[in-house]
Design a protein around this ligand. Structure first.
Ligand SMILES: *[C@@H]1O[C@H](CO)[C@@H](O)[C@H](O)[C@H]1NC(C)=O
Ligand SMILES: *[C@@H]1O[C@H](CO)[C@@H](O)[C@H](O)[C@H]1NC(C)=O
Ligand SMILES: *[C@@H]1O[C@H](CO)[C@@H](O)[C@H](O)[C@H]1NC(C)=O
Ligand SMILES: *[C@@H]1O[C@H](CO)[C@@H](O)[C@H](O)[C@H]1NC(C)=O
Ligand SMILES: *[C@@H]1O[C@H](CO)[C@@H](O)[C@H](O)[C@H]1NC(C)=O
Ligand SMILES: *[C@@H]1O[C@H](CO)[C@@H](O)[C@H](O)[C@H]1NC(C)=O
Ligand SMILES: *[C@@H]1O[C@H](CO)[C@@H](O)[C@H](O)[C@H]1NC(C)=O
Ligand SMILES: *[C@@H]1O[C@H](CO)[C@@H](O)[C@H](O)[C@H]1NC(C)=O
Ligand SMILES: *[C@@H]1O[C@H](CO)[C@@H](O)[C@H](O)[C@H]1NC(C)=O
Ligand SMILES: *[C@@H]1O[C@H](CO)[C@@H](O)[C@H](O)[C@H]1NC(C)=O
Ligand SMILES: *[C@@H]1O[C@H](CO)[C@@H](O)[C@H](O)[C@H]1NC(C)=O
Ligand SMILES: *[C@@H]1O[C@H](CO)[C@@H](O)[C@H](O)[C@H]1NC(C)=O
Length: 594
């Protein structure tokens, strides 16, 4: 029996491992059509597995796996042309129960996929140290206990290439005797468990071809081992959301194949060393957000020509941004949120970047908008909590933000009026100018922003009436936001304030918040046109008159806050609570029906 020749160890230029398995799958289908029957031994191993499952979690295998028939024809089972079971692919079958060691009696088994079930108990050592399995995927189950130590008798060079034990309940240290025998490992995903102790960095000593190591969402602690110097083929190293301490060691930067280096949410210290950083010139993603890093961004970052994502958010970094950042022309996502960077950003020529999403908020930048306006590729700009006390640029020459979909300049505080140049941002879907000291009126051009579905101008000193234009916002009138936002913006975590965190478009409410200003006059009855609204906040203004009954047309409302005004309810005021059970009405006394 010849195992299929996997191209996993070739140095193809594929970024991730996924394409390899696509190929395997194709080979598999083509061999599945002309099979001869499996052996009695194989059949009984499978029946043993089936009968070990709990009756309510057998995935229908009690019906589809019939004893005395050829097991090569059974659901999820694939055989080679000479009738040897090579694949047991039972992902997402609702299986419950434990995994019996008997599956290891399938001596020709190459791929075992039991992912996304509800299997419990341990992962049998017989499978982990199998002499035939090359792909073992038991991710997304409830497997528990420590990972088995290698036995004396196990083969010193196992064929295993892909091991996915992620999203289970494994705990304890990662035994080095287990790794010792996994000489052919290419991908190891152990993320989202409760492993403790130091990271299994010795894997690179044993498995020279290892290309992917995902250890994030565990309880690994201690420093990052110098052993990573031996990871010469490693492309993806993820160890975020652990308890790692110390600096990024020099030796880590000897792993020069790295395309993704990701250590967010740890307790790392030290700086990003200029001469070290430049050695990782294959980097596509660098994520060291939410650590304790200090110092500035070194100039040498400009030599990372493949860089697409840079996450340095929530650290203690400082200084000005290096002009060399403008050389990273592939950069599409940058977040340096919540550091102490300063300066006017004018050193960086952002116009050459593919910078789609930029989060510069919570730093100490000055005059940034003037410079960034040249950045026409930008789709999301989050830049609040900067520009302390500056006047928001009124300059009509600011016209380079034409592709912006998301703009947040909250909590600076900025002074001045809502500027006219905003009216040219016709692709804008979300605008947050809250918590500033803006004055003047809500401009009558506001409804020119035809895609806007999220407008927060709360906590300013804006005055005047609520303009009818605000009641003519087309997105809020007619359409649920039609997923126009850059998908990258949606995938990546975007934090705006400590109390508000959104990761997905679906999570963004259709919102109109003009609370905590100095608006006067009454609420226009045309409010009833804004049918898509999820959140309406007019609280803490000087609004007067009757609450228009037309508010009852807003059947999507989840939050309505009209409190701290001089509004009155009348006979026509509807019974909101009865109208919509999800309605959360703050300060109800103002809008109770009489
Ligand atoms: C698996 O093999 C072992 C010995 O090789 C044997 O004792 C056991 O009965 C087998 N189990 C099944 C279910 O075939
Ligand atoms: C198979 O299992 C299901 C429940 O898991 C059960 O309802 C059904 O009766 C079983 N069928 C046979 C033939 O045992
Ligand atoms: C399957 O069938 C064989 C004979 O064909 C029999 O010996 C065996 O006991 C059966 N196993 C089960 C679990 O029914
Ligand atoms: C295992 O099956 C799941 C589908 O249930 C699939 O998403 C996953 O990619 C498979 N694993 C491997 C290693 O091919
Ligand atoms: C488990 O990891 C392997 C290797 O990265 C991957 O191919 C497979 O799709 C993963 N399984 C699931 C269910 O995501
Ligand atoms: C590892 O598995 C988790 C799911 O358990 C998945 O979210 C993650 O993307 C995988 N890592 C890699 C590098 O594929
Ligand atoms: C972690 O595992 C849990 C339980 O399987 C799962 O619900 C969750 O989606 C996983 N998280 C990630 C990021 O994969
Ligand atoms: C992280 O490590 C520190 C110091 O070793 C310890 O006090 C803390 O409990 C650990 N946190 C977690 C979540 O393991
Ligand atoms: C890391 O790389 C440098 C420069 O290539 C080399 O001098 C050094 O010996 C390497 N360190 C290790 C631990 O491999
Ligand atoms: C950035 O690019 C410019 C011109 O292409 C070059 O002169 C400069 O040295 C580069 N800077 C860095 C740090 O790579
Ligand atoms: C911001 O800059 C001002 C003036 O240089 C300084 O007084 C202030 O401490 C800085 N704030 C932060 C958070 O770095
Ligand atoms: C309220 O909704 C109804 C039905 O959709 C519509 O006929 C009516 O014009 C709306 N009223 C206002 C004030 O928008």
């Amino acid at each position: 029996m010849q195992p299929l020749n996997l191209p996993c160890s070739s140095s193809s230029n594929s970024k991730l491992l996924v394409p390899f398995f696509g190929l395997v799958f194709v080979l598999l289908l083509s061999s599945a059509s002309h099979v001869s029957s499996c052996t009695e031994q194989e059949r009984s191993s499978l029946i043993d597995f089936r009968d070990g499952l709990s009756p309510e979690g057998n995935g229908g295998l009690n019906v589809s796996w019939i004893n005395n028939t050829d097991c090569c024809q059974w659901e999820g089972i694939f055989c080679s042309t000479d009738g040897v079971v090579t694949d047991v692919l039972l992902g997402s079958k609702g299986l419950k129960g434990s995994i019996p060691p008997s599956l290891s009696n399938l001596t020709g088994l190459l791929r075992l996929n039991l992912s996304r079930n509800s299997l419990e108990g341990s992962l049998p050592a017989e499978l982990l140290f199998s002499n035939s399995i090359i792909v073992l995927d038991v991710s997304f189950n409830y497997l528990s206990g420590p990972l088995q130590e290698r036995w004396q008798s196990s083969n010193p060079g196992l064929p295993l290439q892909v091991l996915n034990i992620s999203s289970n309940l494994f705990k304890g240290q990662f035994p080095s005797t287990t790794l010792e025998v996994m000489k052919n490992l290419v991908a190891l995903n152990a993320s989202n468990n409760s492993f403790t102790g130091s990271m299994p960095s010795s894997i690179c000593n044993y498995a020279p071809s290892i290309a992917m190591l995902d250890l994030c969402l565990n309880k690994f602690s201690g420093t990052i081992s110098p052993e990573f110097a031996n990871c010469s083929m490693l492309k993806v190293l993820k160890a975020g959301h652990n308890n790692l301490t110390g600096a990024l060691p020099h030796e880590l930067f000897n792993a020069t194949s790295l395309e993704q280096l990701s250590f967010p949410n740890n307790d790392l210290q030290g700086i990003l060393d200029a001469s070290n950083l430049v050695r990782l010139n294959n980097l596509i993603i660098l994520d060291v957000g939410s650590n304790g890093l200090r110092g500035n961004i070194p100039d040498s970052i400009g030599q990372l020509s493949r860089l697409e994502e840079l996450h340095l958010d929530n650290n203690l970094m400082s200084g000005e941004l290096p002009s060399a950042l403008g050389n990273c022309t592939g950069l599409r996502y940058i977040t340096i949120r919540n550091n102490s960077f300063k300066g006017d950003l004018s050193r960086v020529n952002f116009s050459r970047l593919d910078l789609r999403t930029a989060d510069f908020s919570m730093n100490n930048f000055t005059d940034a908008l003037q410079k960034l306006k040249s950045c026409s590729t930008l789709t999301s700009l989050l830049i609040g909590t900067n520009f302390n006390g500056e006047t928001i640029p009124q300059d009509e020459a600011i016209d380079g933000f034409g592709n912006l979909q998301v703009l947040t300049i909250d909590a600076c505080p900025l002074v001045g009026k809502i500027p006219l140049w905003l009216s040219k941002l016709t692709k804008l879907e979300m605008l947050d100018l809250s918590n500033n000291q803006l004055t003047g009126l809500i401009p009558s051009w506001i409804n020119n922003l035809q895609l806007l579905f999220y407008l927060d101008i709360s906590n300013n000193s804006l005055t005047g009436d609520i303009p009818i234009a605000l009641m003519n916002m087309s997105m809020i009138q007619y359409q649920k936001n039609a997923v126009r936002l850059d998908p990258k913006f949606l995938e990546l975590p975007v934090y705006w304030t400590p109390t508000r965190q959104y990761r997905m478009l679906n999570a963004f409410p259709v919102l109109l918040n003009i609370g905590h200003n100095r608006f006067t006059g009454s609420i226009p009855p045309e409010i009833g046109q804004l049918k898509m609204l999820d959140v309406l906040n007019f609280s803490s203004n000087n609004l007067s008159g009757e609450i228009p009954w037309q508010i009852s047309n807003l059947t999507s409302l989840q939050v309505l806050d009209l409190s701290n005004n001089q509004l009155t309810a009348t006979v026509g005021t509807p019974s909101y609570v009865a109208m919509c059970s999800t309605l959360h009405v703050t300060q109800q006394e103002h809008i109770q029906p009489p």
